[in-house]
Design a protein around this ligand. Structure first.
Ligand code: SF4
Length: 488
């Protein structure tokens, strides 16, 4: 994916989403309320929807008011030290609430749970429960252990768990756009990334369950779905018993195997009025087949998040990204060939181990060649246990890392403005998603190319597809006038 995370091959929204679970029939014996906060990438938001489903099935009730919750869960991110620090600060705040509210249970879920395991219980005395990303089915039992006076820890990683049979509770959704997780874990070993350690081996979810979930979303009125995986291009699924457990990436097993381009087509066919996005693509795996399918279906958005991380082949080699600058630029050329107007975004890390000034300049020059629509940019911070932490010295002084990051951000700002200016005067199809924060007389939506557009509310509604003429822009937002409402 994205997700996207300082892998962030998925880091799309470094946001916190709190939320409320859907009400279900609550057994008389269980009236406890839970509250979940998600940190980090889209994958965590999607996982929190699984957690809500598991808890609702056991009779717990969601709330969006932490003060009335009996159980508070933080679904955490480990991608950067800063993300972990944010959670630790939040745990300290919750300590105060715990003092006021006797019996309040605080649980840590997700990547930090896996990374720090029982340390979280020992160090942060207020944590009662620690559950890794593959153990959410076990939460009701763990909660009952905590009720019995014990602390509960389960961080086992699975080779099979995909939560395929669990219908997510989309509690934080606007009812218009939602996520479907198509795979879990990652088998790549990018040197800077904790994901292979915190989320385990890659596994794909059965294609029929993904299509079924997309159909359910259409029936519920959703207009857009984002297919999520750490590396969607390596999605492989087969019903063929003989092939189960084999390395499906191997070309000789293509027969009877559903790959990502085929899955994408299956989801696009669910409904012509369901927009389809996906995240995250890996440059080494992104095939022309996927681009060809994207070009063929009007409801697959012309937008690809293709994280480059660095513009220098030598840095990419140290990062163990398994592609070169030339390979990456070849993939960009392939995207442009199939979809000349496709919007492209990326992740970039400034100041990776040993990065020279010349290597940094290569990143800037690659940005000039691609002219990204959007970029998620960070300076490198070492994560314990990663290949880079074991193999290399984090030797770029912080002031140099920050200066290089500033140069990257300044360039991206120019490019984003350039890309937005190119939109002025064009007509775009916009899916309206929410009311603007600054004015309830404005609605905000996104173009096919994932650009944010603000329009005057007038007679239009959230969930409408509208044709908009773009009139003005900043580097982050387009402003437009609605011409008409349309069907996709
Ligand atoms: S190891 Fe690489 S491909 Fe896998 S999640 Fe991390 S950055 Fe993405």
């Amino acid at each position: 994916m994205s997700e996207q995370i300082y892998h962030s091959d998925l880091l799309e929204n470094d946001v916190i989403i709190s939320s409320k679970g859907r009400e279900t029939d609550i057994p008389a014996s269980n009236t406890k309320k839970y509250y979940i906060e998600s940190y980090g990438c889209q994958m965590n938001v999607s996982d929190s929807e699984i957690v809500a489903a598991v808890l609702n099935q056991s009779g717990f009730q969601g709330t969006d008011n932490e003060k009335e919750a009996d159980l508070i869960f933080l679904n955490t991110c480990s991608i950067r030290d800063k993300a972990e620090q944010t959670v630790r600060n939040r745990l300290t705040q919750l300590n105060h609430l715990k003092k006021i509210k006797k019996g309040l249970v605080v649980g840590v879920l997700g990547c930090m749970a896996e990374r720090l395991k029982s340390k979280l219980i020992d160090e942060e005395k207020l944590v009662d429960l620690v559950a890794g990303p593959d153990t959410y089915r076990d939460l009701p039992r763990m909660i009952s252990d905590v009720d019995g006076g014990q602390k509960a820890v389960n961080v086992l990683l699975s080779r099979e768990e995909t939560y395929a049979d669990i219908a997510p509770v989309r509690y934080s959704s606007n009812g218009v756009t939602g996520y479907i997780s198509i795979m879990r874990g990652c088998d790549n070993m990018c040197a800077f990334c904790v994901v292979p350690f915190t989320r385990g081996r890659e596994r794909s979810r059965p294609a029929d369950t993904i299509v079924h979930e997309a159909k359910e979303m259409v029936a519920q009125g959703y207009k857009e779905v984002t297919l999520l995986g750490q590396n969607v291009d390596s999605y492989r699924w087969t019903e063929n018993e003989k092939l189960k457990g084999k390395n499906l990436v191997d070309a000789k097993y293509e027969e009877g195997v559903i790959n990502f381009s085929q899955l994408l087509e299956m989801v696009a066919k669910v409904s012509p009025s369901l927009r389809v996005r996906f995240s995250t693509s890996h440059p080494k795996d992104m095939s022309d087949d996927v681009l060809e399918v994207m070009g063929r279906y009007a409801n697959i958005c012309n937008y690809i998040h293709l994280p480059v991380q660095s513009g220098s082949s030598s840095v990419l080699d140290r990062m163990n990204r398994t592609y070169s600058r030339e390979w990456y630029l070849n993939r960009i050329a392939a995207i442009r060939k199939h979809m000349p107007n496709c919007a492209i975004s990326s992740d970039i890390i400034a100041g990776f181990c040993g990065e020279t000034e010349a290597e940094h300049q290569e990143t800037l020059s690659l940005m000039d060649e691609v002219v990204y629509d959007l970029n998620y940019m960070f300076f490198y911070s070492e994560r314990p246990g990663t290949l880079a932490a074991k193999k290399f010295k984090d030797d770029i002084p912080e002031d140099v890392k920050k200066r290089r990051l500033e140069e990257i951000i300044a360039k991206q700002n120019q490019h984003a403005l350039q890309r937005h200016k190119e939109q002025i005067g064009t007509k775009q199809i916009v899916l309206l998603e929410y009311t603007a924060r600054r004015s309830d007389q404005q609605l905000v939506g996104r173009t096919d190319g994932n650009k944010k557009v603000v329009i005057t509310k007038d007679r239009w509604n959230i969930g409408d597809y509208v044709e908009v003429e773009i009139a003005d822009c900043t580097q982050v937002t387009l402003f437009g006038n609605v011409i008409r409402k349309i069907d996709l």
